[in-house]
Design a protein around this ligand. Structure first.
Ligand SMILES: [Zn+2]
Length: 55
């Protein structure tokens, strides 16, 4: 957290720039990817949701 890393929509490279320095494409804040540690939080969220549902 705290990184301003962005990902190019076109070439999927990571950069800090708003426009890709490699291909000039638009960069976006990458969504929490499946292979990123953020997914763990997603799993926890899902679990706590299920717990809430059972309660
Ligand atoms: Zn690019």
């Amino acid at each position: 957290m705290g990184y301003k890393i962005r990902k190019c929509k076109q070439c999927s490279r990571y950069t800090l720039e708003e426009s890709c320095p490699y291909c000039g494409g638009k960069t976006v804040n990458p969504q929490p990817a499946r292979f990123s540690p953020a997914d763990r939080y997603g799993k926890y969220r899902r679990q706590s949701k299920q717990i809430e549902d059972t309660i």
